[in-house]
Design a protein around this ligand. Structure first.
Ligand code: F0G
Length: 459
């Protein structure tokens, strides 16, 4: 019989000598042990992972690049992971301890269609939606789930807008752990919810929003021996750093001018920014790309935090957007995001629901597609171009965070013309019309199909 839910193991216990430490992002306090809620015991702010070993012996950039390249020929399970292949920049762990689904290894696509639309010839997409569970969360989850099991936890838990829960449930199942999911009732897509169910999570639909779920989880981890796998957990962000490492490797270590990422709880932008700063400090890249964050207008806490409070205090919002993955009003990692935006010279912008829908259809027309939250990147790029922040001759990478199949309702409503029809914005609706490809119901005759083909040829 399974042991009862009584005492909690130590979240930071490591079955090996310490090779990393936790540092508070506000007071700078450094410890070997993190509290159950991954918050500083002095000031309550978030922790980040640092590597004192790099101070003593700085890793050699050329050697790292060559080791990582070599590993692409290996058949070892850890080398086949696009996360653990970069393990010199991650907390150390034995190969056998790793829980992996061969995450990472995601393609970098060029976007000729969107390049024409925007007038930016060197436009690329790093498609994290091609991870095992269909989102960028897998890159962080392999690391954090591994450390959860190492620390002796039996239960892992998260609050989620859908993708974190799908990913956590999968990695927990692979690692023989139980998982508890807290999601806002009626506010996440069925695709994501169904993943969590199939991977065996105990799934609670709470009558609140994401922010309410996360608040409750933070209290829960102090009362019950569950390991929290939200991006407050700094191990998650270490794994998500590898998105940037893999990207730069794909670009032969020539930094793009801009990287543009969607912002929700702001873990991913923080992780990418941390990776860029570390790569720069270690000499892996010679200059920093500008990292910009784009939010939905209805969930624009970071935009307002920067505009109204100069990044000094969080301006929370009541979040509302059809891009449900980023329907977050009280982002946990806002301070980390403010820091990396300033350090890389990036911008923060917001885009409307119509702009998101249009950009999503344009990325779909490339033959790769993405979920609505990912499409804010293209919509945001258009704004940054108008403002002159991005110049047409510069190179730009959009981080597509989730797979098209994550939110089929949005896509179907868009093509059927039912999406956002209550906005009353006739002009915007007209702009979307040419992008719509509604399904056509016909009699099953050759004539009917040929007529449809001829009509389509003319349009
Ligand atoms: N894009 C997608 C597809 C997401 O699922 C999320 C966040 C984001 C962007 C924003 O990333 O939070 O690191 O700023 N999804 C979380 C979840 C919150 O629970 O799945 P962020």
């Amino acid at each position: 019989m399974a042991p009862p839910l009584t005492s909690a193991p130590d979240v930071s216990r490591k079955a090996r000598p310490t090779d990393f430490r936790f540092r508070c992002i506000t007071c700078g306090g450094v410890t070997d042990d993190a509290a159950q809620n991954f918050r500083c015991t002095n000031c309550g702010d978030l922790l980040e992972i640092t590597y004192p070993r790099w101070k003593e012996t700085k890793p050699n950039a050329d050697q790292l690049k060559s080791t990582w390249k070599q590993r692409r020929l290996s058949l070892d399970s850890v080398d086949l992971s696009g996360v653990w292949r970069f393990r010199e920049l991650l907390p150390e762990v034995s190969d056998e301890a790793v829980i992996t689904l061969r995450e990472g290894n995601t393609p970098l696509y060029d976007l000729p269609h969107c390049a024409r639309i925007t007038g930016v010839p060197r436009l690329f997409a790093k498609h994290q939606g091609l991870n095992p569970t269909g989102s960028f969360k897998d890159a962080g989850m392999t690391v954090a789930a591994t450390f959860a099991r190492l620390a002796g936890f039996r239960w892992v838990a998260c609050a989620s807008t859908g993708n974190t829960s799908a990913s956590m449930a999968a990695y927990a199942a692979r690692g023989g752990l139980r998982s508890l999911v807290l999601v806002p009732e009626g506010k996440i897509s069925w695709s994501k919810l169904s993943q969590a169910l199939d991977y065996g999570a105990v799934t609670c639909q709470l009558r609140t929003d994401f922010d309410g779920c996360l608040k409750l989880l933070q209290e829960l981890v102090l009362r019950a021996p569950v390991y929290q796998l939200n991006s407050i957990n700094p191990f998650r962000l270490e794994g998500q750093k590898t998105l940037a490492l893999e990207l730069l490797e794909q670009l032969d270590w020539q930094p793009p001018d801009h990287i543009i990422v969607p912002g929700g709880n702001l873990g991913n932008s923080s992780a990418i920014g941390k990776a860029l700063l570390e790569m720069h400090a270690l000499g892996l890249i010679s200059r920093l790309p500008r990292l910009s964050v784009i939010q939905a207008e209805g969930a624009n806490a970071l935009v307002r935090t920067l505009r109204e409070a100069d990044g000094k205090r969080l301006v929370s919002v009541h979040a509302e957007t059809r891009a449900t993955a980023i329907r977050i009003g009280n982002p946990a990692s806002w301070k980390k995001a403010v820091h990396v935006l300033a350090a890389t010279g990036g911008a923060c912008e917001q885009v409307t629901e119509i702009e998101i829908a249009q950009a999503k259809a344009e990325i779909g027309a490339e033959g790769i597609g993405c979920e609505p939250a990912s499409a804010v990147t293209l919509a945001g790029l258009k704004k940054l171009l108008q403002q002159g922040f991005v110049k047409p001759q510069e190179s730009v990478v959009l981080v597509l965070t989730g797979n098209l199949l994550k939110d089929p309702d949005f896509t179907m409503e868009f093509h059927r013309g039912a999406l956002l029809k209550d906005t009353g914005d006739q002009d915007a609706s007209a702009a979307l019309k040419p992008l719509r490809r509604p399904p056509i119901v016909l009699d099953a005759t050759l004539d009917a199909v040929i007529r449809t083909l001829e009509q389509a040829e003319k349009s």
